[in-house]
Design a protein around this ligand. Sequence first.
Ligand code: CP
Ligand code: NVA
Length: 306
Amino acid sequence: MKVRDLITIKDLSISDIEEIFALTAKLKSEGRISKDEPLKGKTLGLVFQKPSLRTKVSFVVAMAQLGGTAIYLAPEEVKLGEREAIKDVARTLSRYLDGIVARTFKHGDIIELAEYSTVPVINGLSDFSHPCQSLADLFTVKEKRGKLKGVRVAFVGDGNNVCNSLLMTSARLGADIAVATPKGYEPDKEVVKIALDFAGATGSKVTICTDPEKAAAGADVIYTDVWTSMGQEKERNKRLKVFKDFQINEKLCSKAKKDYIIMHCLPAHRGEEISDESLESPHSVVFDQAENRLHVEKAILLLLLK
Ligand code: CP
Ligand code: NVA
């Protein structure tokens, strides 16, 4: 991989992602423990400003399975940019650690961490993007469909961090992507431009619309994420109203291909962005998707830290 950090999908070439996916498939087939302990003696720090289940546990387990160690630093311990300037945290941690996973509110905070760190920095979710998630997502789609080119992904809901990354990664890898959001909740404009640019090179079709049925029509994958992301809790009541017609449910899924799959980065709010029935349906692959976070992150760690 040509990059030192993993901050956003925009920085990765197609061959970087192919390298991640090839290593992911190898590691997944090899099982839980890498006998040669390729990251023995290495320590990863997790600096998180927001709660996490998947990202925290998968990175800690990934390090353990590769023979290394991980330290979780909870929001109240570090108080990034509050107890201490981000640039000081970055330079201090670089003296102890071999890599940092950061989960922040502001995307700029991860960029600043990376700027002042001398070790690789991995974005474990910011308000702008969630690259580890979308790499695991597209790896999962490839596993389920056997290819990515021409596969139709529909994202219905909020044009948020997860949507931004899914959009860039799909277009980068040649999958078609249709996003349906309420007016005013579209994905980031710059991200749409980048996705269109990638699509020009890969032949992917990018659609941004406000009609969930249009996005879902003939889809292979129906994807959603929460309507209210971490940090937006005050907007919850308003969002419940704005997004009410953007739920993934059996009616919406009836527009998709017969063998469609349902994806969700989790955590899910049943009865909001997805019905309980759809989340539990045989079409749902959400836990395979969650498992793949681990395998993809093992590959990322090996490529960046080894
Ligand atoms: N999908 C995801 O990143 O989950 P967590 O917020 O639990 O890490
Ligand atoms: N959009 C969600 C994703 C959580 C993994 C959030 O930012 O809260």
